[in-house]
Design a protein around this ligand. Sequence first.
Ligand SMILES: [Mg+2]
Length: 402
Amino acid sequence: MKITAIETLLMHAGGPPTTSIATNPTAQSGSVWAARNWLFVKVHTDAGIVGIGECSGWPRIVETAVRDLAPLLVGQDPTHIERLWGRMMGAMMGHGMLGTVGAGAMTGIDMALWDIKGKALGTPVWNLLGGKVRERIRVYGHAGTPERARELVGRGFTAIKTGGLSNPVERVAAIREAVGDDVDLMVDMHGPPWLTTKDAILLGRALEPFKLLFFEDPVAPENRNGLKRVQDAVAIPIAAGERLATIWGERELIEQELVDVIQPDTGRAGGITQMRKIAAMAEAHFISMAPHSGSLGPVGEYAALHLLAAIPNALILERIEDDVAVRDQVIWPVPKVVDGHIEVPDRPGLGVEIDEAIVARHPSLGNVSVPGHPDDGAYEPGSWDEHVYVQSRFRRQRYFAP
Ligand SMILES: [Mg+2]
């Protein structure tokens, strides 16, 4: 079997790029969603088998990278995945290590190669990865308010994450009160550079009574010393790794046990090939895996389901619910959350198909988030609406108040 062509399918997966939550009711969380794209990849073969994959990591830019890589792969046997991964990585090195953008391009192609191999052998990808450890994957939803948390629990969710940037302790207390002790809660700090390590520790300690499943990116991901100090001082499992790619990117977090939960993004960490190795490295350090899916579309979610089915140290999968209607229109079969879990797919390969007519109906309109669109009155310096990555500290007493 030989690869004959590689095709990309780019689509807009939000509202117009300048629309924020105030003006776009379908946007769940401001203009971040409004500027989101999904990039799917199709790898064609002379056997008539077509593999599909998905890349995140700035999809509009990654699309160009995929096209650049395509000539390296055309004419090659798609079943030798590790060799082809090495070919792509070798080509990237000439440009420097490209982080999640370069790894994002390799991810979609790699995912499609696993899909081809599964289809060729008539078996699901989880079977190629060693078989099933579990039949269904636990997922968590996102809630900023007690009402939303209660709604998700009503739909079967047993785990909920909240963004911790404004009054996190107060918010977690309200959500805990609303959903009770049987629901697992998580807090994502998004690694804000303005939050000092000492304040991250203070915050972590204030959150300890809520027995979080994990405390995510308490300091900027680049601040490894800070992460170590938080890890040593706070009695909550620490999670990080969504902005890193490949085994080399995640290595420090795992080897130095800076985290208890590693969170590579299934769409940009280097593909199933890298995700399974990262999982194995983590397993050796008693670290579990909870893949990041914040910018991921539905094909990447399928890849995550296969991976988490097969690795022993799967903790939970991030699930973006109710973001855009096209999530459930652009692929089939559509994964359903039942009792807080998604069933592991059983069809050969990844077992997912793309509706290209839906992709064609949603051309990309832009792919850079506009933090706090001025129409909202947000992005106001010195206010809670100021963008999370530039916000300066103020009203510290309230920040830590229960
Ligand atoms: Mg996060």
